[in-house]
Design a protein around this ligand. Structure first.
Ligand SMILES: Nc1ncnc2c1ncn2[C@@H]1O[C@H](COP(=O)(O)OP(=O)(O)OP(=O)(O)O)[C@@H](O)[C@H]1O
Ligand SMILES: [Mg+2]
Length: 306
């Protein structure tokens, strides 16, 4: 459905995307996971035709996006990272403008507006000024504004930033519903929990390059360890450190230690050891490896605060 080949984009001396190749099939819910400045919004703006790549190609349903006609881009909706609404107009006046830009008139526009307000759960606020909306309500309106013309591909650029949990769930459910009805979604985020929960395939992006690509399970098998036991720094007594030195790797993250056993090391040995040292079992938590751990492994940095 969407094919990027060797796409590069710079802003002056800053390379925002570097040789990105990516194929997205119809019906996918694709996650683009990366920290601030990774290149997520740049990729969205190139795919939506708002910007032009310096080199490489982008095709939507076999047609080039760059310099394309409205007929190519009308299959696509973009939910921008920055809320793009007119605060001094009512919600309905805003959607009428977006619907008009998407080529809707008359009964088609009316039906699209009704559907949009119902999906955004904002029926009772149609005639309120957008500036009176909460952040979450504005995000919900920003989302449906991109959907009035029923695009086949929806690009969502960090659509839950600054949103309360209730609106966040409403947005997730709306997107999952759209995806079930056949809409292909590309969803950018720096929250690994969102990518894990929503996306059938995930690309990890950093410094303008896709570092890893696959389903959650595919990605997690790239980690060279299967278990990760977190425990407080104070629990790492000298005898434990000596014993664990040959059993795997210990790293310090967020004021805790994490023990990653080498493949084949039996965890029963670890737990017998801690017990013999009189350390309470509740101090040691075995976590499933996460995308956070993969990002750390691939880049040496954490996803959140870079
Ligand atoms: N208009 C611009 N002019 C100059 N540099 C830009 C511009 N837009 C983005 N950049 C730079 O390009 C790189 C990628 O930015 P981009 O906005 O695509 O990242 P992002 O992954 O969306 O980040 P965030 O999570 O903060 O939204 C960054 O180094 C950024 O500073
Ligand atoms: Mg961005």
């Amino acid at each position: 459905m969407l094919a990027l080949r060797n796409v590069t984009k710079s802003y002056g001396s800053i390379t925002a995307l570097s040789g990105v190749s990516l194929n997205i099939g119809p019906g996918e819910f694709f996650g683009l996971l990366g920290p601030n400045g990774a290149g997520k919004s740049t990729l969205m703006s190139l795919v939506s035709g708002l910007r032009t790549p310096d080199s490489g190609s982008i095709e939507l349903a076999g047609q080039p996006v760059t310099g394309s006609s409205f007929s190519v881009r009308r299959n696509l909706g973009l939910v921008p990272q920055t809320i793009a609404l007119f605060p001094e107009l009512t919600a309905e006046e805003n959607l009428r403008i977006f619907g008009g830009l998407q080529g809707l008139r008359g009964n088609l526009l009316k039906a699209a507006l009704d559907d949009a307000f119902s999906a955004a759960q904002l029926d009772d606020r149609r005639h309120s000024l957008v500036k009176t909306f909460s952040g979450g309500m504005q995000r919900r309106l920003n989302l449906v504004a991109a959907l009035l013309h029923r695009p086949k591909l929806l690009l969502c650029d960090e659509p839950t930033v600054g949103v309360d949990p209730q609106s966040r769930n409403a947005i997730f459910e709306h997107l999952q519903h759209l995806n079930r009805t056949g809409v292909t979604i590309i969803y950018s985020t720096h929250y690994m929990e969102e990518a894990e929960r929503l996306c059938s395939r995930i690309g990890i992006i950093d410094h303008g390059s896709i570092l890893a690509l696959g389903t959650l399970d595919d990605l997690l098998t790239r980690l060279p360890f299967e278990d990760e036991i977190t425990f407080p720094v104070t629990a790492l007594t000298a005898p434990l450190a000596v014993e664990l030195a040959s059993a795997g790797e210990i790293i310090a993250v967020d004021g805790t230690h994490r023990f990653r056993p080498r493949p084949g090391y039996p965890l029963s040995v670890f737990f017998a050891l801690t017990e013999s040292l009189g350390l309470p079992p509740r101090l040691f938590v075995n976590q499933r490896p996460t995308l956070e751990a993969l990002f750390l492994h691939l880049t040496g940095r954490k996803l959140r605060d870079v």
